[in-house]
Design a protein around this ligand. Structure first.
Ligand SMILES: [Fe+2]
Ligand SMILES: [Fe+2]
Length: 355
C-alpha cells in the first residue's frame, strides 16, 4: 500500500470511528433525556395496574371485564409498546423491573405536631440458614419500645428457591418459608408491616406463577393476623405519614461506591416522580445520600455472611434495622429527615429490650 493510500485509509477509519462515537453519544443522550414516567392509554394503564402482581389469565379477563380475545390483543399491544409483561404458566405479570409509578395510599396519616417515624427491615431471607431470626425479633421489639408502629420492608422476605442456594435453606418451599416468616415477625398491637417482594421472593413466581405477596398475606390472615400488606414486586411508591416513600428492590451486584445505585436511581426520576424517601433493599449494605431533595437509604440486611449470594455481594453485609423519622412542614413538605441504625454483629447474642 502506498503512503497516500495508507493515509486515505487511516483518515477513513478515523471518520468511521468518529461517526460511531457520535451515534453512541446521541443514543446515550436520547436515553438520558427520555422521560421515565409514561402516559399510557387508559386500557393499557388498567392492564399494567391489574398485572402488578402475577394473575391468572382467566382472573385477568374477569378483572378487566373483557373477553379472552380482547385481553390477548391488549397484552400483545402492551408488549409492542415496550411494556415488559411476562406471560407463563397461564399467568400474566408486569416484569418486576418495570417500576409502578402510581403512589399507593397506606392510609397512615401524619401525627400532628410530632416527628413521623417508621422502622425498616430489609432482606430478611426467612428460610435461609443464615437468617438472623432472634435479631429480627429483637429489632422489631426495639422499634415498638421506641413508639414505631409502621415497619417498611423493601423485599427479600423469603430466601426463595435459587438453585445455587438450595443447600443453604433451613426451610424449603413457599409454605415452609412463609411459616418461618410468620414465626419470626412479632405480632404486636397496632404494628403493621408494609412490604414489596424482592428477587428471592420472586423465584417462586418464576417457578409456578404464584403471587408471593398474596400468598403471604393469605397465610397470615388464615392464622388471625392482618398486620402485613404488599404493594408490588420489586418496587412501589407509598404515601405514608405525609411522605412519599419509594420501596425499591433493584437487581444486580454492588458497586465499589455504595452510593452509586442510589444516585443513579435519583437521576432517573422524572419531573413530579421524585419521592421524599428512597429505601433500597437487595445490596445488604448501608449508606445514606441526599440528592435532588430525595433522602435515599441503602438498607442493611438480616442475612448473615456466608451465603452464596452474600459472597457475590462482597461477603461483608451490613446487619440490622433502621428507624427513619421526619417532620412534615407545610403541605407534605418533608424536613429534618434522620436515620438511626440498630446494628447487630454475627457473633453476639440478641440483646433484650427493656420497656
Ligand atoms: Fe437480599
Ligand atoms: Fe435481592
Amino acid at each position: 500500500m502506498s503512503v497516500s493510500s495508507r493515509n486515505r485509509y487511516n483518515a477513513k477509519r478515523k471518520l468511521e470511528t468518529a461517526a460511531r462515537k457520535m451515534a453512541e453519544a446521541e443514543e446515550f443522550l436520547r436515553e438520558k433525556n427520555a422521560p421515565t414516567g409514561r402516559s399510557l392509554p387508559r386500557d393499557l394503564q388498567t392492564l399494567v395496574d391489574a398485572t402488578r402482581f402475577a394473575i391468572g389469565f382467566e382472573g385477568l379477563c374477569d378483572k378487566l371485564g373483557k373477553p379472552p380475545t380482547t385481553v390477548r390483543k391488549l397484552i400483545a399491544l402492551a408488549r409492542e409498546s415496550g411494556i415488559n409483561l411476562q406471560v407463563g404458566n397461564d399467568h400474566v405479570q408486569l416484569s418486576p423491573q418495570e417500576q409502578v409509578r402510581t403512589v399507593q395510599d397506606t392510609a397512615i396519616q401524619p401525627t400532628k405536631a410530632k416527628r413521623q417515624s417508621a422502622g425498616v427491615l430489609s432482606d430478611l431471607h426467612a428460610g435461609s440458614k443464615y437468617c438472623l431470626r432472634a435479631q429480627i425479633r429483637d429489632c422489631v421489639e426495639h422499634f415498638y419500645s421506641r413508639g414505631v408502629r409502621q415497619v417498611l420492608i423493601p423485599g427479600d422476605l423469603l430466601d426463595g428457591c435459587y438453585k445455587h442456594g438450595v443447600f443453604e435453606l433451613s426451610h424449603t418451599g413457599l409454605e415452609d418459608q412463609t411459616q418461618d416468616l410468620f414465626e419470626i415477625l412479632p405480632a404486636l398491637e397496632g404494628l403493621s408491616y408494609h412490604a414489596i417482594t424482592g428477587n428471592h421472593d420472586h423465584t417462586f413466581t418464576e417457578l409456578t406463577g404464584v403471587n408471593v405477596g398474596a400468598f403471604i398475606t393469605g397465610y397470615f390472615k388464615e392464622r388471625g393476623r392482618d398486620d402485613i400488606r404488599f404493594y408490588g414486586d420489586c418496587g412501589a411508591f407509598l404515601h405514608i405519614g405525609g411522605a412519599v416513600v419509594h420501596l425499591w428492590h433493584p437487581l444486580g451486584g454492588a458497586s465499589y461506591a455504595k452510593s452509586y445505585k442510589l444516585q443513579k436511581q435519583i437521576e432517573k426520576y422524572g419531573a413530579g416522580e421524585k419521592p421524599d424517601i428512597l429505601l433500597t433493599g437487595h445490596l445488604h449494605q448501608f449508606a445514606v445520600v441526599e440528592d435532588r431533595g430525595v433522602f435515599a437509604v441503602l438498607c442493611p440486611t438480616f442475612q448473615a455472611s456466608g451465603s452464596a449470594f452474600s459472597k457475590r455481594l462482597g461477603g461483608q453485609p451490613a446487619l440490622g434495622g433502621l428507624i427513619i423519622s421526619w417532620e412534615i412542614a407545610g403541605k407534605d413538605l418533608v424536613r429534618n429527615f434522620s436515620v438511626e441504625r440498630r446494628r447487630y454483629f454475627e457473633v453476639e447474642g440478641p440483646t433484650k429490650v427493656r420497656p
